[in-house]
Design a protein around this ligand. Structure first.
Ligand code: DDQ
Ligand code: CA
Length: 266
């Protein structure tokens, strides 16, 4: 349908010479917003950040790599660890999210997800994941999981069972390598999922109902400020503070967490 419309517009524009304006209208480009941080906080440069979440004034971080994977609370002002729980050295920690009085954490290739008590960080139960676990977030009811593909899975937090799926695409083109996630209840009342894309300095703004990428957040300025040169030290880690209407953004082994005010609609 859209394709036929575009072909028609193309033919029509050749005939009439008025195609440029028409094309701009039909193009429906997803917008790009350049982010500029307003504050920087220290971040442990040994932390291979894979999950980042803010809940009730507490910053939670899940880190990866076998042998160094932890779930911890972090003092935003100092970057210091509060409580922490180490993962088995064979596991590679990935995304985390907070839902009610529980914290969920997935692992990369082991097929396990873990559920902790939010206050004590003690392990309550675990669940199976088919395929890989990369990013994790929640819309307040379901868990939302990325696995390196362009598909986001919705999971029942009680069982870990898949209850839905959405394919993420920017104007029809699938966006794969979706990594750390953050479901955002926006100040205007709408909702979107922000997603890091592995090796990219851009964050995708995804409509969780359709999977459509409606915009991008360009974090090039943050990457530059972080001053990392190692290829693996990518932008990864998005936490939304709804009360403060601010995003806290970091990367794997970055020396800083950056605060960015809500950028507004795309
Ligand atoms: N994943 O998070 C994208 C799923 C996997 C990342 C694996 C990267 C391992 C490289 C470690 C290099 C340490 C500097
Ligand atoms: Ca997050």
């Amino acid at each position: 349908m859209t394709r036929r419309l575009a072909l028609f517009a193309c033919g029509w524009s050749v005939l009439t010479g008025s195609g440029i304006a028409l094309f701009a209208a039909l193009g429906d480009d997803s917008s790009v917003t350049k982010l500029t941080p307003t504050k920087a906080y220290p971040h442990d440069p040994r932390a291979f950040t894979q999950g980042f979440a803010w809940h009730d004034g507490v910053l939670y971080e899940g880190t990866g790599r076998r042998g160094t994977s932890v779930l911890r609370t972090v003092d935003l002002a100092t970057g210091e660890t509060g409580q922490f729980r180490k993962l088995d050295a064979r596991l590679f920690g990935e995304g985390i999210c907070v839902l009610g009085d529980e914290i969920f954490q997935v692992t990369w290739e082991s097929g396990w997800g873990f559920v902790y008590d939010r206050e004590s960080l003690t392990l309550k139960r675990r669940f199976r994941i088919a395929g890989e676990g990369w990013g994790l977030t929640t819309d307040g009811e379901r868990l939302i999981l990325s696995d390196g593909t362009a598909v986001l899975r919705f999971l029942d937090p009680a069982t870990g069972r898949v209850t839905g799926r959405v394919r993420v695409a920017d104007q029809g083109r699938p966006v794969a390598q979706l990594n750390e996630l953050e479901w955002v209840r926006r100040p205007d009342g709408g909702a979107e999922v922000l997603a890091n894309v592995w090796y990219s300095p851009h964050i995708a703004r995804i409509d969780p109902t359709t999977g459509a990428v409606n915009g991008w957040l360009d974090c090039t300025a943050l990457v530059k400020l972080a001053g990392v040169t190692d290829r693996e030290k990518v932008l990864n880690g998005i936490a939304w503070d709804r009360e403060g209407e601010r995003l806290l953004l970091t990367g794997k082994m970055w020396p800083a967490v950056y605060e960015v005010p809500w950028p507004g609609p795309n």
